[in-house]
Ligand binder design. Structure first.
Ligand code: PLP
Length: 371
């Protein structure tokens, strides 16, 4: 349940129309030979999978990626049978039967996961769907060359839907690991059963067609994050976060603000106390770095000052001059004037972490803007 608009400390607006647009843009970018799936793990990066996944399904997406068993089961209930649901982290012992009953396609990352899934297939005398993950150089998930050779060619128990791997440095186009991982993926793929292949997530898509294979798996680009950090963002923004002012303080030079007195005013200052804090996903250390804007003066950057508290933060609004700011005024922290990647960089993090940290105390508003 979303908080009420009148009562909430902050308003989170999520543009489902923009998510649909982003899906279509990625499809145009990769062309008809490559399918575009969608990563909707972690509640669709915090935006609400129950709203986001049906929008993507209506836009034509039929391949969805989640991380955990519970996410996969919830998504199956939401989407019905007409979708392939890949569960990235693969099965733990004891979860295989539940996955199979819900027709989930687990990504088998290790010889142990392969053994679990094969044992279930044998018990049920049934071929079970799966994806196979190759570790092409990230050293996180997947089978390396020795694993693959040790497995031999015994995949008869499986209906292999996808052979995949994941890039560690795709957001740095010139990083040599990108082409190294591509070469490893190409070399190891033929050692596994023939199946559609997938290597690229959001940023990998923009490394060029060599990286596209049969299916790409964007996440953050769908939600408006920039998959090409060195260039203008080709995606539409999807999130606006506005935080409301509780009260205003006028303070003298030399006056401290917030816990640990980390900020001391150097001038006569207007300090707005806003109603969201680290319990709402805004890092405690944001003070001094993050900026918000007043909706009528988006040209005036207003810094967060001092330590962010659990439920509130201080915004230095002195640069608004004598403009009246009544209680309840909502300042934009993320949105059209404050792109998510710039905000995240200012907070020493990435859009992914900022989005997935957004708390549940905001009033959520789902809109469907046109293109
Ligand atoms: C999260 C994830 C994705 C999506 O990544 P983005 O960078 O958000 O596009 C794709 N594939 C795998 C294996 C993932 O874990």
């Amino acid at each position: 349940m979303s908080a009420s608009r009148d009562g909430a400390g902050g308003w989170l607006s999520i543009d489902l129309g923009a998510i649909g647009t982003n899906y279509r843009r990625l499809r145009e970018h990769v062309g008809p030979a490559t399918q575009v799936g969608a990563a909707v793990k972690a509640d669709a990066y915090g935006l609400g999978v129950s709203k986001v996944a049906p929008v993507l399904h209506r836009a034509g997406c039929r391949n969805f990626f989640v991380a955990t068993v519970d996410e996969a089961l919830a998504l199956r209930t939401l989407l019905g049978p007409d979708a392939t649901i890949f569960q990235l982290n693969g099965p733990f012992a004891g979860s295989e039967a539940t996955l199979a009953d819900a027709a989930i396609t687990p990504v088998l990352n290790s010889p142990a996961q392969i053994a679990l899934w094969r044992a279930l297939a044998k018990r049920r005398t049934q071929r079970l769907p799966c994806a196979l993950q190759i570790d092409s150089g990230m050293s996180r998930f997947g089978l390396n060359e020795a694993d693959i050779l040790a497995l031999g060619n015994d995949f008869a128990a499986f209906d292999v839907k996808l052979v995949m791997s994941h890039l560690a440095c795709a957001d740095e186009p010139d990083h040599r690991q990108n082409t190294a991982q591509l070469a490893t993926f190409r070399r190891l793929r033929p050692l596994l059963p023939h199946a559609p292949s997938s290597l690229a997530a959001s940023s990998g898509i923009y490394l060029g067609p060599d990286f596209h294979f049969d299916l790409v798996r964007p996440g953050v680009a769908l939600y408006g994050g920039n998959p090409t950090p060195d260039r203008a963002n080709p995606m539409r923004g999807t999130v606006t976060l506005s935080i409301r002012m509780i009260q205003e303080r006028r303070i003298e030079p030399g006056t401290a603000v917030g816990y640990s007195a980390r900020f001391v005013a150097s001038r006569h200052s207007r300090i707005a106390t806003l109603s969201a804090g680290y319990a709402d996903g805004l890092p405690r250390a944001a003070g001094g770095r993050a900026v918000a804007v007043h909706p009528e003066r988006p040209d005036v950057p207003l810094p967060i000052v001092g330590r962010v508290s659990m439920d509130c933060l201080a915004l230095d609004i002195t640069d608004l001059g004598e403009m009246p700011v009544p209680p309840g005024t909502a300042f934009e922290l993320i949105g059209p004037h404050r792109p998510i990647d710039a905000v995240a960089a200012g907070l020493d993090t990435i859009s992914y972490e900022l989005l997935t940290s957004l708390g549940h105390r905001y009033h959520r508003d789902y809109i469907e803007s046109m293109e």
